[in-house]
Write a protein that binds this ligand. Structure first.
Ligand SMILES: Nc1ncnc2c1ncn2[C@@H]1O[C@H](COP(=O)(O)OP(=O)(O)OP(=O)(O)O)[C@@H](O)[C@H]1O
Ligand SMILES: [Mg+2]
Length: 380
């Protein structure tokens, strides 16, 4: 390993959990390289990765509410991570109590959640990832939002500004209906056009980066005959040209949509309604793809996310592989392992019920932990 590689290594040194899922109390010191976590169904493998992901993203990859994360019968949870990057070490902590979430960086409470500098970056590979392909458009928008939020504070801010304006316009539409004054609507429409057009540009630029990465990952797993393509479909109309132009097109579309929106009681166009199209050889994978193609496409998206974050931040995100190795057939698993090995200078967490099925992982370099109903034991 070269010096420069080591200098930008991101590593979770310690994870502390209190009342998180089936972990009432845990202090875990992972290894720098590959961490293998094995245990029976329901022992707490996914929950552990979920906690690490929570530190990076501030929400669960399962998409549930915070109250679901609190150990049954308890009334708060706490997740803390000690993260090292180069010679620096930072602490990030989330606390949830009585419906309120707090984030502390190095012991200091952050006034606005979104302002916290991301200390940890992470990508979660889950057997549930098929939802990226087969699920509702919201799943794919969330994929883009999370990737972008991990690299850009500006994106996080735009996203919250956009949602605030959206809520205001929707309230007017819903509660005032046809009585909603045009001038009042326009105030929020101008804001939606300003923030929304910037969000769209961010997403489209990210997609330019993600496209070749996803296509390459897919080719490596499926062979050269399949061409994976990603397309952004903006609901506000044709997106091209300068930001000012885009803002104008956006605003006009909103005004045109007023009567429909009043009827429906909400805003029907904007980045909250856009779609990320995923195609193989020109056909929507969601509709036409075989099971295997859909799985491979989902995996390709995640791999693309990993390399995108790496390129944007100059360090490898912490890789979370939940039960995915046992799900794939031989050829694909090997390809994934090759990728994993290539990224071995980053920190990785791999779970599975059977350590034998995780063969192929160079165990000599890995730390092995056994998970038993909310506790961890190091085995090797
Ligand atoms: N809020 C909660 N409080 C307490 N226990 C919970 C909570 N939410 C989930 N659980 C339980 O925690 C246990 C661990 O779940 P987890 O999904 O982490 O298991 P796993 O080891 O990944 O299992 P599998 O191999 O089946 O994927 C399960 O028994 C689950 O029912
Ligand atoms: Mg699991």
């Amino acid at each position: 390993m070269g010096l420069t590689e080591g200098a930008f290594r991101l590593r979770l040194n310690e994870l502390v959990l209190q009342n998180f899922r089936n972990y009432e109390s845990l202090s875990f010191f992972p290894a720098a390289g590959i961490n293998i976590l094995h245990g029976k169904n329901g022992s707490g493998k996914t929950s552990l990765l979920e906690a690490i992901y929570y530190l990076a993203v501030g929400s669960s990859q399962r998409g549930g509410r915070e109250t679901e994360l609190v150990t049954w019968g308890k009334d708060f949870f706490r997740v803390k991570g000690v993260v090292a990057l180069a010679s620096e070490q930072h602490e990030i902590e989330y606390r949830f109590h009585a419906g309120t979430k707090k984030v502390l960086v190095d012991g200091i409470a952050q006034t606005r959640l979104g302002d916290a500098t991301p200390v940890l970056t992470s990508v979660f590979f889950s057997p549930d990832d098929l939802r990226l392909i087969k699920g509702a458009p919201a799943v794919r928008r969330r994929f883009l939002d999370i990737a972008l939020s991990q690299v850009s504070a500006r994106y996080r801010k735009l996203l919250s500004q956009y949602h605030r304006a959206l809520l205001q316009r929707n309230n007017l539409l819903r509660f005032e209906g046809p009585r909603a004054a045009g001038a009042l609507l326009q105030i929020w429409e101008e804001q939606l056009a300003e923030f929304g057009s910037r969000l769209i540009l961010f997403r489209m630029r990210a997609l330019q980066e993600l496209k070749p990465l996803a296509a390459q990952a897919h080719r490596e797993m499926a062979g050269g005959s399949e061409d994976l393509e990603l397309q952004y479909a903006a609901s506000v109309g044709e997106i091209e040209g300068e930001i000012q132009q885009l803002e104008q097109v956006y605003l006009n579309s909103l005004i045109e949509c007023r009567s429909t929106d009043i009827q429906r009681g909400h805003t029907t166009i904007g980045p909250h309604r856009d779609e990320l199209g995923i195609l193989i050889n020109g056909h929507e994978v969601r509709i036409y793809g075989s099971q295997g193609q859909q799985r491979t496409a989902a995996l390709s998206l995640r791999i693309a996310e990993f390399w995108f974050l790496h390129a944007q931040l100059g360090r490898k995100p912490v890789l979370l592989l939940d039960d995915v190795l046992s799900e794939l057939d031989e050829q694909r698993r090997l390809a994934l392992l090759a990728r994993l090995a290539a990224s071995s200078s980053g920190q990785t967490f791999v779970t599975g019920t059977d350590p034998q099925r995780m063969l192929g992982i160079p165990t000599a370099q890995a730390a092995v932990f056994r998970v038993t109903s909310g506790s961890l034991q190091r085995e090797g």
